[in-house]
Ligand binder design. Sequence first.
Ligand code: CTP
Length: 398
Amino acid sequence: MLKNKNIILGVCGSIAAYKSAFLVRLLVKAGANVKVILTPDGANFITPLTLATLSKNPVYTQYFEEETGVWSNHVELGLWADLIIIAPISANTLAKLSTGICDNLLTAVYLSAKCKVYVAPAMDLDMWKHESTQQNIQRITGFGNTVIAPGSGELASGLVGEGRMAEPEEIVRFLENAIKKSMPLFGKKAMVTAGPTYEAIDPVRFIGNHSSGKMGFAIADELVRLGADVTLVAGPTVNNGVESYKRIDVVSAEEMFKACSAIFETTDITVMCAAVADYRPKFVASQKIKKQDSDFVLELEKTTDILAALGMRKKGNQILVGFALETNDEENYAKGKLEKKNLDLIVLNSLNDKGAGFKSDTNKITIFNKALQKTVFEMKSKTEVAKDICKAILKILK
Ligand code: CTP
């Protein structure tokens, strides 16, 4: 969730500032780019050197660093951030956020930023309970900021009660959940098929095709990026390394049909990208077939059209997306498959387009929706094509 996210961590004057060091470490470990802004009081509790070493970035403490002569642009910093977390936030900075007081770099960045802002308060029991603090909390929440509530326990003053800053692990979990919930496909289940199927002739031979599975992997990745819970049903393809989705490996069209059938009812979005064999040998020899003097004839029988079968079972708001790989009269064939297989979208690849189709890292597609409206796309990387396909899916969901 936090990978490659640009995060500004604001640290205010509180003994809980020591926990910021752990927080930076966890955020960096989760793959985030972290820049720390220390308020002048924050710098009394933890050194810029500690936070700079852990974040691998210079720490900002003021607009103008006299030693280096560097001017820190608060607007640029505010716009750089995908999210701001102020942990710990003191009663003082909370009051500034609530009233718009802008007297240091952190408060200026806060006012300049357009992203979500999270705050994790840390203060003594009575300061936390004070009506003015509670009103400030209400006000900043009303501005759209999110408060990560403090926990109870022994406080630095010796008092016991509410006011302890949430633990760094809790803060990271909170941020990850918040990001997850804000994703457009959060709570949706998706299934994607990818790759070829192999239909056995005998123990050493099969009928297959050149599909690499790359388009299906890219779609599965993009659906995960949008927050969906994704299962990939893959024919024989190389493992894609680190995969962010569940993967079910199958070999034949029949195995793919069974795997898809088992989970289709629970899916909201299904994208059938696999190049499924239309025919399989009618009889599979149990021993290797020996060469004869005469020609050899292989009898084939039809496999199940998985997409068409799922189209018949589709219910309610389930979205079903198919592919059509054509060499001639492309648009008519694609529109025919859209209607015949009861699809919501069909993605047309024409083998007449150079750089489209099997094995290449690029693709050129045309999408037809249910109303047979056509959108033509440029040649793009399969990652970008996956984004276009998922945007078309999001359009249906709106
Ligand atoms: N498909 C499927 N099961 C099959 C064959 C195809 O689920 N047995 C799916 C593919 O995953 C793709 C779509 O159907 O999403 C269209 O596949 P394609 O091979 O282009 O078309 P067919 O319907 O098989 O028709 P034809 O081969 O005659 O063009």
